[in-house]
Ligand binder design. Structure first.
Ligand code: HAM
Length: 414
């Protein structure tokens, strides 16, 4: 019997896991100075949490959710994204009663039943952040600047920030009407999904991935031409703050994003060194979602980063070197086996990474292992060393060596 991981999911192991740790640590360090606190939500939620927020006519809800009934017949979904669960949590625990803004970050696996390809998986990891309670476009700019700082600190190159505003419930009806007019003569040539979307949610036609629909939307009206006064001002101020903070960006009036909850600001960060799945992060405002979930009106904005895509970019420039032990304790003889176990134990207690030789391995093969691990030092303990009370140390990096009393070992490595 041979078992393999399921299609579209993958294992992460060294050295790649060190790249993942680096991304997570860098993100955490940066979130800390922007005042984002960690929030952990379950991987499963009621299916309604996603239908209600992401939208019934989106690809995610229509085609991609891992949904099942549990033994009590409840409709359950493996989270396809992190924003809806965070909003559910925010409302359920009345976090809106705390002084605003409330800023959170999260990380973990998401699940979408998509056709797997380079950069697109069925289980993928996101690091996301969400800020609640601020309508001021300063926070929109802060969020993009935070992403820029994060990607710079990770050393990523060739990134492009695309921004848009998709308006609010006041300007949306006019824009929808313009879209309906534009597509009216083309309905017959739209894909079957988009024929349905034409009646239900025409904005979704702009996000369809079918080639014919992509062609048909050439020349479609731009949402930015239909913004109401307040949305226009919000967008312009946001753009001026991006300039102030030195976040280079392009306006992409076709970017409507694949989730229905967005209002006003939307953005995507793409990387020219990736293939067709080139978005490394994306997000936007969702000023109505908290209210839709039964909370008080609360503006909000956030983003999610695709971990696999960032990791694949870093892999090209960073080998994800596995860290090396400080000390390898090589042992020869029965008495040394015991003495070495104690020495390694005490070193570890002092936070010094020590590896140990094991019975049945010759000194030569132990030294080979020390070399392979790239240990900085080797300590050699044998019968002679135990009899004399002094052990031999070798520094593999510069080939120096010497000896010391057993009692000196801990000070030596301090
Ligand atoms: P999203 O655009 O669906 O937005 O996903 C965000 C990022 O997750 C994408 O840009 C991409 O890097 C990564 N991603 C998405 N799907 C896959 C996949 N199948 N395989 C690999 N990576 C993937 C959201 O999820 C929103 N919740 C973002 C947000 C947060 N908006 C506001 N707050």
């Amino acid at each position: 019997m041979k078992y393999n991981a399921l299609k579209g999911v993958h294992d992460i192991f060294p050295p790649d896991s060190y790249i993942w740790q680096k991304i997570e640590k860098t993100a955490r360090d940066i979130f800390a100075v922007y005042g984002f606190h960690e929030l952990r939500t379950p991987i499963i939620e009621s299916t309604d949490v996603f239908i209600r927020s992401i939208g019934e006519t989106t690809d995610i809800v229509e085609k991609e959710m891992y949904t099942f009934n549990d033994k009590a017949g409840r409709h359950i979904t493996l989270r396809p994204e992190g924003t809806a669960p965070v909003v559910r949590c925010f409302v359920e625990h009345h976090l809106y009663n705390l002084p605003q803004p409330q800023k959170f970050f999260y990380s973990g696996p998401m699940f979408r039943y998509e056709r797997p390809q380079a950069g697109r998986f069925r289980q993928f990891f996101q690091i996301g952040a969400e800020a609640f309670g601020v309508v001021d476009p300063k926070i929109d700019a802060e969020i993009l600047s935070m992403l820029k700082v994060l990607f710079e600190r990770l050393g990523l190159k060739g990134l492009h920030f695309e921004v848009n505003s998709i308006g609010c419930e006041k300007c949306r009806p006019d824009y929808k009407k313009a879209l309906l007019d534009f597509f009216a003569g083309k309905i017959d040539t739209l894909c079957p999904d988009c024929k349905r979307r034409y009646d239900q949610n025409p904005l979704r036609i702009l996000d369809c991935k079918v080639d014919a629909c992509i062609q048909l939307r050439n020349g479609a009206p731009h949402v930015t031409d239909y913004l109401c006064g307040e949305c226009r001002e919000h967008f312009d101020t946001f753009l001026s703050f991006l300039n102030l903070l030195g976040v280079p960006h392009a306006i992409n009036p076709n970017m409507v994003r694949g989730l229905d909850y967005y209002t006003r600001t939307t953005f995507e960060v793409t990387c020219e060194h990736l293939g067709s799945q080139n978005a490394v992060a994306a997000g936007g405002r969702y000023d109505r979602l908290v209210e839709d979930f039964g909370g008080p009106p609360t503006p909000a904005i956030g983003f999610a980063i695709g971990m696999e895509r960032i990791a694949s970019l870093l892999k090209a420039s960073d080998s994800g070197a596995v860290p090396a032990p400080k000390v390898f304790v090589a042992l020869l003889g029965a008495a040394a086996e015991k003495e070495g176990l104690v020495v390694a134990d005490k070193l570890r207690d002092k936070d010094i990474w020590a590896e140990l030789g094991y019975a049945g391995n010759s000194l030569k093969s132990q030294l080979r292992r020390a070399d392979r691990l790239a240990a900085e030092y080797v300590l050699i303990i044998g019968d002679d060393e135990i009899a004399s009370g002094r052990l031999t140390w070798k520094r593999l990096t510069d080939k120096t060596q010497g000896d010391m009393a057993f009692s000196e070992v801990y000070d030596f490595f301090r």
